[in-house]
Design a protein around this ligand. Sequence first.
Ligand SMILES: CSC[C@H]1O[C@H](OP(=O)(O)O)[C@H](O)[C@@H]1O
Ligand SMILES: Nc1ncnc2[nH]cnc12
Length: 318
Amino acid sequence: MTKSELPSIFNGTVDLGIIGGTGLYNLDCLEPIALLPPMVTPWGITSSPVTISQFVGTDSHFHVAFIARHGVNHEYPPTRVPFRANMAALKNLNCKAVLSFSAVGSLQAHIKPRDFVLPQQIIDRTKGIRQSSYLNDEGLVGHVGFGQPFSEKFAEYIYQFKDSITNPESEEPCHLHYEKDMTVVCMEGPQFSTRAESKMYRMFGGHVINMSVIPEAKLARECELPYQMICMSTDYDAWRDEAEPVTVETVIGNLTNNGRNANLLASKIIVSMAKEIPEFMHSGDGLRGSIRKSISTKPEAMSKETLEKLRYLFPDYW
Ligand SMILES: CSC[C@H]1O[C@H](OP(=O)(O)O)[C@H](O)[C@@H]1O
Ligand SMILES: Nc1ncnc2[nH]cnc12
């Protein structure tokens, strides 16, 4: 079936949301069964159509919703990605978890370009110019916990497939790095870091750097969605005095191999999830109900518009 022949509505269940980043506008391991036009949410329109898929060659009931973070033609710069619309759409479709892919620079010698990282912590160096909450309008006050910004259970689930990524062009294998304190720094961009900034992020304890985990991770948390980012290293950023600082050419040079590995890893994850949905997706990873407790404003004091927006995300709560 060609893309234009796919149905533009989908009435089945959606299990997993995937957000693809730079160089990852679709996943070959997924066979589209519906193509929803960019979804209109109370926070704007998603950055791309939402492709509903199943694992290629199967007739599985496990369905994946895929959004291209920067648009299918890479038209949204990191600051202008409609992060709130993207996450709200995945929540509205009833996804049980969100897997996100991101091209990152490495801040550590042992994380080589083409290695992957499952970070567990974030340092936010964005500039406060992104809309980063569903709970920041006058008339609605809420504070969600964010001490553990990723889903450890999800990271562990992914890590079992660590041996699936390869680098055919090199003797050195690719590694999937996962440790409790691995930290992604999120900068505003669009320019890359100066050498001094890059060195500072190393002193902060950063392992990798990108321009997109904030506010994506915050919004997933507000949606009670278990969220894990797979960081795909493309470069050594700017901290190595003896080497040229990162350029977009360096990044692009590693995108093909990273895309191939993203497919290999996603295939393992999806096949395994389709066989048996993991416990953290069934249970909500301890997040279920957290938003209700986090909101301080009394529902009777909320405007009709506020309640409508909340119901888009949580039809059962209010
Ligand atoms: C083209 S390099 C900078 C760009 O790459 C990353 O994008 P994404 O996270 O969507 O894969 C990084 O965050 C920057 O937006
Ligand atoms: N060095 C870098 N800095 C920020 N974002 C990136 N994405 C890929 N490489 C990056």
